[in-house]
Design a protein. Sequence first.
Length: 256
Amino acid sequence: MEREELRGMLEHLYDKYNRPEFIEPDPISIPHAFEGRDDREIAGFLAATIAWGNRKAIVRSARRMVEYMDGAPADFVRHASERELARLQSYVHRTFNGSDFRDFVLAIRGIVERFGGIGEFFESRYEATGDLRQAMSDFRREFFAADHCPRCEKHLSSIDKGAACKRLNMYLRWFVRRDGRGVDFGLWTRIPMSALYLPLDVHSGNMGRALGLLHRRQNDWKATEEITASLREFDAEDPVRYDFSLFGAGIDGFLK
């Protein structure tokens, strides 16, 4: 595909799928159910944490997470008693179980108490380092500073170990991107959109390779950097907006 033809396809799909109609069947619908920044950040982080597999199942399970927190994620994270935390033990979504849920709630509590919130952590660390990769590394270290069962660590990928970090990059997209379309929130204004990385998974990786945007075979951090660099050639200020395009390419059968 010629470069200008590829650009046109990416722009067409971005415009088609970056719309409010995209929200309801997507995990981003979970934080969209709230108005307050703290509720959105916490609900969004937990929804992103379990975002692998079937989208309908993800959304259904994420809504149950919110129900377990009495429909008030920020208040629950700050104030849940041991008895209330114990209720989380019956939760399960694939390999993410109730023990993981409890450890994640307490880890978020630690971030809130020490740094003021998830967004405040990322914004301040980006301002201090100018490198979102370093902020992601620092976040994981601080997140697991709280007491936790080691098995839960697999649910927050490590950039230091070369993981693609799809779910964390998706979460960052939700809260950093700002374009007035009504899908992404754009709440973390101290981080530029140009600093974001594509949420790379099997689908976007396959689309990227088919379109000549990615040549690395593994879906790891090096591949994330490669495909994001390719997308920056089309929009250096907002490369991750093409996440919508790669999602839509498969649905619209552009590569059939």
